[in-house]
Design a protein around this ligand. Sequence first.
Ligand code: OGA
Ligand code: NI
Length: 348
Amino acid sequence: MAASKLLVSDMASVVDHVPSNYVRPVSDRPNMSDVESSGDSIPLIDLHDLHGPNRSDIINQFAHACSSYGFFQIKNHGVPEETIKKMMNAAREFFRQSESERVKHYSADTKKTTRLSTSFNVSKEKVSNWRDFLRLHCYPIEDFINEWPSTPISFREVTAEYATSVRALVLTLLEAISESLGLAKDRVSNTIGKHGQHMAINYYPRCPQPELTYGLPGHKDANLITVLLQDEVSGLQVFKDGKWIAFNPVPNTFIVNLGDQMQVISNDKYKSVLHRAVVNTDKERISIPTFYCPSEDAVISPAQELINEEEDSPAIYRNFTYAEYFEKFWDTAFDTESCIDSFKASTA
Ligand code: OGA
Ligand code: NI
């Protein structure tokens, strides 16, 4: 029986309609005819010159992309093409395994550091999403690698290589973003405790009625910064100036988006960005976001240097631990776009 399947990937292939628990209310559907195509409108930052004499130019590009968009694409990012290819292949092979092999990793417990699940948070949400995902913690790698799936056979090695390479890229991005805020280059990195890195492998099966449901509904990422790798199938959309813009995948570029912690640390100079994933009838889609985040015990607050009570820029957010924030994030189950408002400083 299709309805008894844990994962949407094992249900999707045997249904010709979207089951009712995936159907969104009419007021909350993708409405593809309203979506704009990304074209040239999304900033593309070439990191090639970041460490040369033109660094200040590139830092200005970061300032512009982060303040007016909150998302951008990057090329010449230093993650080898081969590493990316192997990661995407390992992800695809993982989801091609038999149902019995995959469900060994299934858990609905949002606190587990390695787990396969479906939708977003099945224990809390009212409408399901057309997505399965494998979620892994991957920094420090040695704390988690033994929990990761051991099949396909290369999975651990390939994922460790990819995660290490993307982490080096993120540290470079954090320095550039810190400088673009007028802060010392290690400032943002020093604000997030011992650091954390999570990864998701999102698998969006083909969907018979993509106009009725989402792969992921509109949301903002809870973490600091997200570096997204996607295959050649479109699906990601970002909200900008009142419109949804579709990202058409460009080989060997990553999409970077700012998350809620960057908004807090920058005291609203930079905003985390609303985005969503839609599905389609023709092709399955895989995306692999790296969610770079504070360690759980890190106390997050707006950077002191960006606060000036006299000049009318008081701290917009109170102090909190990332553990507190992250728990709230899963609890909201995407009923709201973000839980950031409940971390605002009281204005009393
Ligand atoms: C996410 C996300 C977008 C995508 O996993 O948080 O926004 O294109 N994914 O899969
Ligand atoms: Ni997201």
